[in-house]
Design a protein around this ligand. Structure first.
Ligand code: EPU
Length: 417
């Protein structure tokens, strides 16, 4: 296994380019199940989660070809309807094959994702929505077994806006009979990117990016060429890396409008961020002000940036209150940050961070994807050497984060252990 080693204390300098968004690429790859023919996808990031979804799709009969970074996806020879436990257990997003399989084949068997490091994360809202569209759903031996002769449009209200739930139901509804309204839908840019892909395929979706998405069922879909949007969480991680190392970084190829909540909070800490077209030029400040954050669905501050922001607050001047409202167990990085000298007190869904101006390098362990990024950022700022084990979590969702940071001057490398 790999571990990452960082000698902290070097301000980042230079330019870096953001990769395609993991959470857009995953549902978009699943949407290729909806119709035969060859889809062409640009800007698919090279990530472990992407390889996992490709394995699940390949297991169903989907064929992939890569040519000069462009991925061709063909599901002409679909021969399966099952996403097995061995693959699903490693990635919850596997549940995204449920909607498209039901739409295309009228049946699907998906292993329940099971426990997850960042909270219970049920899929009840996905299933409730599919039932409302006429699917018969049962739970058998750890699998969700769904079937439908013909899905029909329905009015669906989500108790909580769910990103993959909205995406799954959008994909189920594109060829359903009649109109589906998804209310209190997730408004994340990744939902909008999926809607753009589906509309390119001939679907009729309106309102993606607002809290009501309306899908009018169509009879036929066709293959499409699509470019995945830039990853807003990767961009936010580099902005925070500039802040925490007091460096100067040009982050190229951002979708700046998707980053408003993150930029706003980072500006409040005293750093400078300048927009130049699709680039952001970030200049860290010597003194970092403490800022409170509360995670919220888009356009609020993303839960996927909470851990990285907490690393920054550990070296700020003053106290910061960090409220996690999306997932109930997303503070696992706290005990690792404490090993690096951070002063953090957790009380339910909130963490009080008493900024101490510095961190000290230590051996730490990554527990989930964003926690890994948090520890990398902490290591960049810490005095001395930090060793991070279990970095396979990082490789699930960041394309070569350590390589990109090294190109910006960080002393960061991998070793086997
Ligand atoms: N929820 C339910 N029932 C459901 C679905 C969700 O109660 O049927 C709850 C969840 O437990 C949570 C809240 O609703 O409390 C929101 O969860 P959501 O369904 O939106 O999360 P998700 O779709 O499973 C996606 C991202 C996550 C990201 C969240 C929130 C993908 C593949 N994953 O997860 O990304 O944190 O939205 O923005 O899009 C990551 O990239 O590190 C990551 C975890």
């Amino acid at each position: 296994m790999d571990k990452i080693i960082i000698e902290g204390g070097t301000p980042l300098a230079g330019a870096v380019t953001v990769s395609g968004a993991k959470n857009a690429a995953l549902p978009i790859l699943c949407s290729c199940l909806l119709t035969g023919g060859s889809h062409t996808l640009h800007n698919i990031p090279a990530l472990r989660d992407i390889r996992t979804i490709q394995e699940i799709l390949a297991n169903l009969g989907v064929a992939f070809e890569v040519h000069e970074g462009v991925l061709t996806v063909n599901s002409d020879n679909l021969h399966g309807d099952t996403a097995p436990y061995q693959l699903v257990k490693t990635m919850r997003a596997s549940v995204l094959v449920l909607g498209p399989l039901l739409s295309r084949l009228g049946k699907a068997r998906i292993s329940l994702p099971g426990g997850c490091a960042i909270g219970a994360r049920p899929i009840d809202l996905h299933l409730k929505g599919l039932s409302a569209m006429g699917a018969r759903i049962s739970l058998e031996h750890g699998y969700v077994v769904a079937s439908a002769d013909k899905l029909r449009g329905a009015d669906i209200f989500f108790d909580i806006p769910t990103v993959t739930g909205t995406e799954n139901l959008m994909m189920a509804a594109v060829t359903a009979e009649g109109r589906t309204n998804l209310r209190n839908a997730a408004k994340e840019p990744e939902v909008v990117d999926l809607a753009a892909m589906l509309n390119g395929m001939g679907a009729h979706i309106e309102g993606a990016g607002t809290d009501t998405v309306t899908i009018t069922g169509v009879k036929d879909l066709h293959p499409v060429t699509h470019t995945i949007i830039a990853d807003r969480i990767e961009a936010g991680t580099f902005l925070t890396a500039a802040a925490i190392t007091k460096g100067n970084v040009r982050i190229q190829g951002c979708r700046v409008d998707d980053l408003e909540a993150i930029i706003e909070k980072l500006l409040d800490t005293g750093m400078e961020i300048r927009r130049e077209g699709a680039d952001l030029v970030a200049q860290g400040n010597d003194s970092i002000k403490s800022v409170d954050i509360k995670t919220m669905p888009f356009p609020g501050f993303p839960t996927d940036m909470q851990a990285q922001f907490m690393a920054l607050m550990c070296i700020a001047d003053g106290w910061s209150m960090i409220r996690e409202t999306i997932f109930e167990n997303r503070f696992m990085h706290v005990s690792e940050l404490q090993r690096m000298g951070a002063d953090i007190e957790i009380n339910g869904g909130q963490a009080l961070v008493r900024g101490k101006g510095k961190l000290s390098g230590a051996p730490v362990m990554a527990t989930d994807l964003r926690a890994s990024a948090c520890l990398v950022l902490a290591g960049l700022a810490a005095e001395g050497r930090t060793e991070i084990t279990r970095v396979y979590h990082l490789d699930r969702g960041y394309q070569d984060l350590d390589g990109k940071l090294a190109s910006l001057g960080s002393k960061i490398w991998r070793e086997q252990y």
